[in-house]
Design a protein around this ligand. Sequence first.
Ligand SMILES: NC(=O)C1=CN([C@@H]2O[C@H](COP(=O)(O)OP(=O)(O)OC[C@H]3O[C@@H](n4cnc5c(N)ncnc54)[C@H](O)[C@@H]3O)[C@@H](O)[C@H]2O)C=CC1
Ligand SMILES: O=C(O)C(=O)CO
Length: 322
Amino acid sequence: MKVLVSLNFPPLGIEMLKQEGLDVTVWKNDIPMTREELIQATKEHDILLSSSIYTLDADFLEKNKHLKLISQFAVGYNNIDIEKATELGIPVTNTPNAMTDATADIAFALMLAVSRKMFHMHKTIISGDWGHFRPQANLGMELKGKTVGIFGMGRIGSEFARRCLGAYNMKVIYHNRRPNTEMEKELNASYVSFEELLKESDVLSVHAGLSNETKGLFNADVFSKMKSSAIFINTARGGLHHEKSLIEALQNKVIWGAGLDVTNPEPMNKDNPLLNMENVAITPHIGSATVESRNEMSRLVALNIIQFSRGEPLTNLVSPGV
Ligand SMILES: NC(=O)C1=CN([C@@H]2O[C@H](COP(=O)(O)OP(=O)(O)OC[C@H]3O[C@@H](n4cnc5c(N)ncnc54)[C@H](O)[C@@H]3O)[C@@H](O)[C@H]2O)C=CC1
Ligand SMILES: O=C(O)C(=O)CO
């Protein structure tokens, strides 16, 4: 079987595929393929090792309906039209757990950075303004004992909540599709309605995947129901928050601050007002960017392909209809 490795992925998984005797083509460029390049290259392969930066919509899938498997190098797969893939009989797999710790760390780092205006202070120093000790300037807020609200208490949400409890003894509340009784026991977390989550959270951190249900969910109406002292953190997908509403909520002090590892679009336009706000910290989608996480993603993405080529059940199948 011929496998197209569509980005310069860590070698561990690529070696696994070669050892399995699979015919592997690697795109050895750090700049992704254009859509047309990807469509054309995929035509000559049976399996696509894909990434969330590529849009595998109905049009792409129709043009490549011969595909036997899409093995996605990510836990999120909102870039793939799963319904269409299922209709065409193409199984899709992902890489859960590999980046849980790394992404929870970024959410935690962003929370801390926003609460103490760290990115802004760094920019101020670089601009040559060290300033001096001003008793009433640059004041942040402390997190100890505050309430953290988790939207999406899955793998990453739970790991982030563990950090909040362990480091700051924060009270954990959450909203999820269904109650997570394990986390309720471990973290003394309380399941609350979405409205209550908005009302009670000092920090609200988003960890649900992007779907029709969650797209644009965090809009002006939602921000208006949050505390004016609240910090909004999104490390899930930029599409979950409505960017213009977030900008206005921050400008009008409807909420206090925001930390984002994901934006919509990515990359952001460099004139985006969010980049110049004091109480905002932004990282360029680096949730899974650690050596440990990327190696494990590489191992898993290869394992999914190997399971498929051996005819074994797919542990990480996300299109169960196939
Ligand atoms: N910034 C980054 O680099 C990374 C971002 N991510 C994002 O994080 C997301 C979560 O990853 P995991 O924790 O591994 O997934 P998960 O599936 O373990 O957790 C997601 C949770 O959100 C809940 N959820 C989904 N839709 C909901 C809704 N409409 N209302 C309430 N709850 C809802 C689910 O029930 C689940 O408990 C991924 O889908 C991906 O978009 C993941 C890895 C790295
Ligand atoms: O895994 C994901 O969903 C990411 O966003 C990047 O690792």
